[in-house]
Design a protein around this ligand. Sequence first.
Ligand SMILES: Cc1cc2nc3c(=O)[nH]c(=O)nc-3n(C[C@H](O)[C@H](O)[C@H](O)COP(=O)(O)O)c2cc1C
Length: 177
Amino acid sequence: MKSFSILGISGSLRPDSTNTIILSAFKGLLPADTHFQIFQGLDEIPHFSPGLDDTEAVIRFKKAIQQADGVIICTPEYAFGVPGTLKNALDWTVATGDLNDKPVSAISASPLNTGGDKALASLLLTLTALGTRRNDHSSLSIPNIKHKIGPDKTVSDQETLLALKGQCDNLMTIIAS
Ligand SMILES: Cc1cc2nc3c(=O)[nH]c(=O)nc-3n(C[C@H](O)[C@H](O)[C@H](O)COP(=O)(O)O)c2cc1C
């Protein structure tokens, strides 16, 4: 049976990012033979403007997406929106269609009880514009995230782990379909 490769993209650049911690949890939730890596270097991607040539970081970002069977994006909300770094990286893929028909799971996490829902809604609009393959279960908003991470910097809340497993299973089903 074919083993699959999943790419994680965190919308946060913070070393102790709760969103990156959530992404790290997927390693233990995906099927055992699935390759999983979190993209490093989103902050090396220059400001997008149409007509600019792809830099080394942009080429690396696009290649990581192209080589993945599916993508999981986990992002905080800044000022009711998607962090500029993440939106900027996604804008680079518009012309080349790297995310077109790519199965994607979109997650937002926030210390607030709104769960970053406005950033998630905005991200989903962008992912629709990019032609990603999703269904009604391909997104998740996680509120009060600080209470769901243990002192060992892993997701400790069982309900959240179950919801993340649901994202895994749904993504793998979309990939296989
Ligand atoms: C400038 C700034 C703006 C923020 N705006 C929002 C916001 O609109 N909604 C929200 O839920 N959290 C907001 N937050 C809080 C972030 O959700 C919080 O810092 C979160 O932990 C960042 O995610 P991370 O842990 O993955 O880095 C903001 C934080 C900063 C620093």
